[in-house]
Design a protein around this ligand. Structure first.
Ligand code: UD1
Length: 420
């Protein structure tokens, strides 16, 4: 199993190009199940979760291939299988995103029930409720969600009890091929949902309201393939900007519209960083200063993203002052704090809040990655710590960061991947 060895103490300095967004690419790849003809998707990152989704689509009968330029070609015309098996779903929860498309296209689907995961119980009841409101009959048998709508789905008016990103994605994909108009209320407004809607529209879907909390979808009889370029990864970009701020350095990220970063840049400024933005670039510069402590509370978009919480925990661990980091989206997403304590961080957990007293320095230690973003935060902690940090279970990071060690090396970090 691979590990990362980080020798801290180097200020990051340099420029990186933003990758395509994992969290936009996965639902968009699932949505190709709705299309007749070939879909060419550009700017698909090279990540373990993307490979898993390609495997899932080909197990459903799709023809998939990767081009050398980072693009992916997917053709689902021969995709007649409707079962997403346990072995794939257990390695990637986003597999649940094929439920809505399979049901809408084939009138039935069987998707292994995703269990809990390291960051919480993560139920899918709202995905199921939305599809039931469209007329699907759904049961749970043998660990599988079995869904049927032999005469097709019907337009409906449905309100989500809680704002759910995945639930919104499943519902909007299914409604695209339903008979009649669907109104979805209290939907998630994340930029990745806007990207999915734009992709569906490019295939012929009739949808309005993306980026607001109401989506209106007029069902159409069929969708057709085409070419689409996935949005940049705002969480990857945010992670490198936080790494710049934590190490007192300067990092410029290109190929990204800075407006998608929203509150991430506001919080970096509150931490004392100078953040400059231009046409398709953003730069964070700390000029050797120690960051100021910055309070965080995670919320659905446009609030502070849960996927950036762990990275700001690392920043606060070496900041001047005391910060409160509160996680409201998932119940068990402060795991990184325990590992950071092993590196000398002063963090007390009270309920869903980490109270962090910033220290002038951290000390390298062997630590263990528990989930994707927690792994990224341990890398940041390692970059600022004195001595050597060994991060085990690094397969988590390969789910969501393309070539993280190569990118950080190009910014001047001392980081290596080792096997075994
Ligand atoms: C969430 C994040 C998303 C992030 C992703 C990966 C939010 C709102 N969503 O998306 O930004 O990229 O994790 O880290 O920040 N819930 C239910 N029933 C359901 C579905 C969800 O109770 O059927 C609850 C969840 O337990 C959670 C909340 O709703 O407390 C939001 O979950 P959801 O947005 O669905 O999670 P993801 O789609 O995984």
């Amino acid at each position: 199993m691979d590990s990362l060895i980080v020798r801290g103490g180097h200020r990051l300095d340099g420029t990186l190009r933003a990758s395509g967004s994992k969290n936009a690419a996965l639902p968009i790849m699932a949505a190709t199940l709705l299309a007749q003809g070939v879909c060419r998707l550009e700017r698909i990152p090279v990540l373990r979760d993307i490979a898993t989704m390609l495997t899932l689509l080909s197990s459903l009968g799709a023809t998939v291939s990767r081009a050398a330029d980072g693009g992916v070609r997917i053709e689902c015309d021969q995709a007649c299988e409707v079962t997403a098996p346990y072995d794939l779903v257990k390695t990637m929860r986003a597999s649940i995103l094929v439920l809505g498309p399979l049901l809408a296209r084939h009138g039935k689907a069987a998707v292994s029930f995703p269990g809990g995961c390291a960051i919480g119980s993560r139920p899918v009841d709202l995905h199921i409720q939305a599809l039931e409101a469209m007329g699907a009959a759904i049961s749970i048998e043998g660990g599988y969600i079995l869904a049927e709508a032999p005469d097709g789905l019907l337009g409906t008016d449905f309100t989500f009890d809680i704002t759910t990103v995945g639930g919104t994605e499943n519902a909007v994909m299914a409604a695209s091929l339903a008979n009649g108009t669907t109104v979805l209320r209290n939907v998630a407004r994340e930029p990745e949902i806007v990207d999915l809607v734009q992709f569906l529209r490019s295939m012929g879907a009739e949808i309005t309201g993306e980026g607001t909390d109401i989506l209106t979808i007029r069902g159409v009889p069929c969708l057709t393939g085409g070419t689409y370029s996935v949005m940049p990864d705002r969480i990857e970009v945010g992670t490198y900007l936080v790494a710049a701020a934590a190490t007192g350095g300067r990092v410029r990220m290109t190929d990204i519209d800075p407006s998608v970063l929203g509150v991430i840049t506001d919080k970096l400024r509150s931490a004392g960083a100078s953040v400059r933005e231009g046409d398709q670039w953003v730069e964070c510069e700390m000029d050797g200063k120690r960051p100021q402590a910055v309070d965080i509370m995670t919320e659905p978009f446009p609030g502070f993203p849960t996927d950036m919480q762990a990275q700001f925990t690392a920043l606060n661990a070496v900041a001047q002052g005391e910060a409160r980091v509160t996680e409201t989206v998932f119940e068990n997403r402060l795991m990184q704090a325990h590992e950071m304590r092993r590196m000398g961080a002063h963090i007390v957990i009270e309920g869903n809040t980490a109270i962090i007293s910033g220290q002038p320095s951290l000390q390298g230690a062997p630590v263990m990655a528990s989930d994707l973003r927690a792994s990224a935060s341990l890398v940041i902690a390692g970059l600022v710590a004195s001595g050597e940090t060994r991060i085990d279970r690094i397969y988590h990071i390969d789910r969501g960061y393309e070539n993280i060690e190569g990118n950080l090396q190009s910014l001047g970090a001392d980081i290596q991947r080792v096997s075994g």
